[in-house]
Design a protein around this ligand. Structure first.
Ligand SMILES: [Mn+2]
Length: 419
């Protein structure tokens, strides 16, 4: 686990859009029998005023550009690199990219360096046979030279430990397709970043609708990929509750191909006992102030990291709570590393998770923020530096947690209770 990476499953680091209902956009819209797109003017909830941009034209331009890039890479092997803790949006889009690229005889491997930690993600991969592999950094070093290019979907390299290796190996960056706000200054051959869009799955569905891959309801891989995209879209929009018109349109298109039973099976995945225990701790330890619910959950295993956002999802459902923050010290026993990881969930439209987290925790010595967010969700990671690592002494371990817990609360309460 790299300590200085700004990462999170919640798709970090994005500055979000204003929540002011906004500008007039035109958007791709599928017709009943024709996968070609029809234009319709709609209002997009978080559009920027005055950006009178035709999104159909944008989609067409992007699709043309991507097609040209893919044509040039014909016969290559590419790596599709996901964040260390890939979520359904990332996993499904990587698969869609792989299927698109396959038509150009480009062979893709989908990789991540961390872990599948949410029970639904594990179920998604197992039940659909989603072709993603976990790579250790050692394996990555040995294997990178077999590829001619790499692609980032639903991330921009800031949330994966593989980025440093890609840069060392000078592996060309073919494409970056994401809905987080623009991060590092990558210069890929193809770039499509749409911070106003709720899910990368919506972007990929636009590609499919525009003909980059013709989904076939007799092709079981297509059905499974459409199901995965539906899951990605739902999970990044809080089960469509935060979806905008373009996301509903994308879901409508996917509904022609996806397997509802399979999606249901993925969603039925149950939580492990340890995740339940972390949620229980968060409930017991929570402090309520000014409609914020703040809970430190102590130490947890690397494999259970995803229990933190799940606990935050749960705490934010309490009456009179609009924002929940849950954090804990995640221990990677293999690497003898510890790191503070936290998640924020909010229902408050005027609270920008990205801004809130950046303001709460500030930057490290290199000027990098400890986290960020997208609409309604954010995450942070605070390296423990010299204090990282295990100690047999239980008192020492307890005191260390108390110090971090107190420091984090102090920073949070400054914003929660402004003077
Ligand atoms: Mn996403």
């Amino acid at each position: 686990m790299k300590l200085d990476s700004l990462q999170s499953d919640e798709g970090l680091l994005l500055t979000t859009s204003s929540t002011v209902p906004g500008a007039l956009f035109t958007v791709a819209h599928p017709m009943q029998d024709d996968p070609a797109i029809e234009i319709e003017s709609i209002r997009i909830g978080s559009g920027q005023a005055g950006a009178g941009l035709s999104s159909r034209r944008l989609v067409e331009q992007k699709v043309d550009a991507l097609r040209q890039v893919l044509e040039k890479q014909q016969g290559d092997r590419q790596l599709v690199i996901l964040q260390d803790f890939p979520d359904p949006d990332a996993l499904s889009c990587a698969w869609a990219y792989k299927l698109i690229a396959q038509q150009y005889e480009i062979y893709c491997d989908i990789v991540y360096a961390g872990m599948l930690s949410h029970q639904e993600n594990i179920a998604l991969v197992k039940l659909t046979g989603l072709p993603a592999q976990r790579w250790t950094l050692q394996a990555a070093k040995e294997k990178l030279s077999a590829y001619q290019g790499c692609v980032f979907v639903d991330n921009q390299g800031t949330t994966t430990q593989l980025m440093a290796l890609v840069q060392q190996a000078n592996l060309p960056i073919v494409a970056v397709i994401d809905h987080h706000s623009a991060q590092d200054d990558l210069k890929p051959q193809f770039l499509d970043i749409r911070p106003q869009t709720r899910a990368t799955a919506t972007i990929f569905t636009h590609y499919l609708q525009a003909g980059l891959l013709k989904l076939d309801s007799n092709n079981s891989e297509h059905i499974k990929c459409a199901t995965a995209l539906m899951h990605g879209l739902r999970s990044d929009t809080n089960r469509l509750m935060q979806a905008q018109e373009e996301d509903f349109m994308a879901a409508a298109y996917l509904s022609r191909f996806y397997d509802a039973q399979l999606l249901n099976a993925v969603l039925q995945a149950s939580r492990s006992k340890r995740v339940m225990e972390v949620i229980e701790r968060s409930l017991r330890n929570r402090v309520l102030q000014n409609n914020f619910s703040i809970a430190g959950v102590g130490y947890l295993r690397y494999d259970d990291r995803d229990a933190i956002p799940q606990a935050a999802d749960f705490l934010v459902t309490e009456e009179n709570v609009h924002t929940a923050v849950v954090y804990g010290i995640v221990r990677d026993e293999d690497e003898d590393l510890e790191i503070v990881i936290g998640s924020l969930r909010t229902n408050k439209l005027t609270l920008d998770p990205d801004e809130f987290i950046k303001e709460t925790f500030g930057q490290d010595a290199q000027g990098r923020y400890f986290g960020g967010g997208r609409s309604m969700a954010g995450g942070f990671e605070i390296p423990m530096g010299f204090l990282s690592g295990f100690n047999e002494n239980q008192d020492y371990t307890r005191i260390k947690w108390e110090v971090f817990d107190a420091q984090i609360k102090q920073k949070l309460f400054r914003l929660v209770n402004p003077q």
